[in-house]
Design a binder for this molecule. Structure first.
Ligand SMILES: [Zn+2]
Ligand SMILES: [Zn+2]
Length: 412
């Protein structure tokens, strides 16, 4: 079949608008709209058949029922749906009713057409061009700020607002604050008397202390904290802080002054938590943060049952320096983590002073080293341990993280 015969066969299915006629050959030739292709092919066919010119009524098109002549209207609906949402890039998507998609696919296969374009692709492109023209904003296929989905069957536009991400480091100066929100254990978040109907096990988390002012500033739905590891609830996070990325979900504002936001967060957190914000980032950074094996430095206060002389104590610490520790999942977390044995190295350990008959100790460990168990031995589940070497019961009275160094910072 030559192309004129193909056009004749297509027109035999029913009234076909120029958009839809042209789209059956949509991947042939460049710099033409499907409407231009369709008009040219229609006229070529009429000349070949020596028939009078017939301009079709788009609304009676058997494929699209005129939808492709209403792209301007769709663009206006998109702009209405995006009202009040800040964005500089967008993407249009289209939900095509199955019957419509099947109609054009039937013609492709009946006639073995080689270069057709689906209706969805033309709709996305033409409405995108119209939105661009009306708003001056740019279409972006890869990382749009917002996505508008046209539902051709329902005649509606659904908007998805993509998240923004910023990175920084946080310090936690108060013990008893978890890194992220925990559901109440009694009601699993539904709200009960035990949790004062908040649904939360702890009143605040680092995530919420940073997130609340951020949600307000971005006029967003939610804020999710992605940390480079986490400290225990009862540990402080001191020094230069822990790297994190904050994901702001469905923000209606995107171009904020992060220095001002940092000040607002720090004021609202009132010294319990503080942040330094580094700048804007993206989801890739979350993945690298999560996969990053950060080395951590802890400062702990150690209590020994009975006494150990400072010399005995230091000698015992020296025996842990550079040593690989075998740790079976600690009893205190065994209810929520798989029971397994893992090996982590103590990179450095040393005594930095005393407080009464307790010792201040600084430990640098590989990511994932359990520090409390390194000291206590966890009933033999961690080996070797300080308690084992001393032959006495030993425990951590307080624990602070004083430095988190990511592999990136080491240049590894
Ligand atoms: Zn049509
Ligand atoms: Zn509850």
């Amino acid at each position: 079949m030559d192309i004129i015969q193909e056009v004749e066969a297509i027109l035999g299915y029913g009234d076909t608008c120029n958009h839809c006629l042209g789209r059956f050959f949509g991947k042939r030739s460049f710099s033409l709209t499907n409407e231009e292709r369709g008009r040219a092919l229609r006229i070529a066919h009429e000349i070949a058949a020596n028939e009078p010119h017939h301009e079709p009524d788009p609304d009676s098109c058997w494929v699209c029922a005129g939808e492709l002549s209403r792209t301007e209207d769709w663009a206006k609906r998109v702009i209405e749906a995006l009202d009040g949402i800040e964005f500089s890039t967008f993407l249009i998507g289209t939900k095509v009713p199955p019957l419509v998609a099947e109609s054009e696919e039937m013609v492709w296969s009946d006639l073995s057409l080689r270069d057709p374009e689906p209706l969805k692709a033309e709709m996305n492109r033409e409405v995108g061009k119209a939105v661009s023209a009306l708003t001056g904003k740019t279409a972006d296929l890869k990382k749009p700020d917002v996505v508008a989905i046209l539902d051709l069957g329902e005649g509606t536009v659904e908007v998805q607002v993509n998240p923004v991400f910023f990175s920084g480091r946080y310090m936690k100066y108060e013990r008893g604050i978890p890194q992220t929100h925990w559901d109440c254990r009694a009601c699993r978040g539904a709200g009960c008397e035990k949790c004062d109907f908040t649904g939360k096990q702890y009143a605040d988390s680092v995530e919420e202390l940073i997130g609340r002012p951020a949600i307000e500033a971005f006029d967003a739905e939610n804020a999710v904290l992605h940390g480079a590891g986490r400290e225990d609830i009862d540990a402080r996070m001191l020094g230069s802080g822990r790297p994190f990325v904050m994901e702001i979900e469905a923000p209606r504002k995107r171009s904020l002054d992060l220095a001002a936001l940092e000040a607002e967060i720090n004021q609202a957190a009132d010294g319990r938590v503080a942040v330094h914000l580094d700048g804007w980032t993206d989801r890739k950074m979350v993945q690298s943060l999560k996969s990053d094996k950060a080395h951590k430095k802890y400062r702990i206060l150690v209590e020994i049952d009975g006494s150990a002389t400072p010399d005995e104590f230091r000698t015992a610490l020296d025996q842990l320096k550079g040593v690989t520790i075998r740790q079976r999942t600690p009893l205190r977390v065994s209810h929520r983590r798989a029971d397994k044995v893992r090996e982590r190295r103590v990179l450095d350990i040393g005594c930095t002073g005393t407080e009464g008959d307790r010792y201040w100790v600084e430990v640098v460990g590989e990511a994932g080293l359990y520090i409390k168990e390194l000291v206590s031995g966890d009933g033999g589940r961690t080996q070797p341990s300080l308690a084992q070497i001393l032959g006495r019961t030993a425990s951590v009275v307080s624990l602070d993280v004083v430095l988190v160094k990511t592999a990136n910072e080491y240049g590894e």
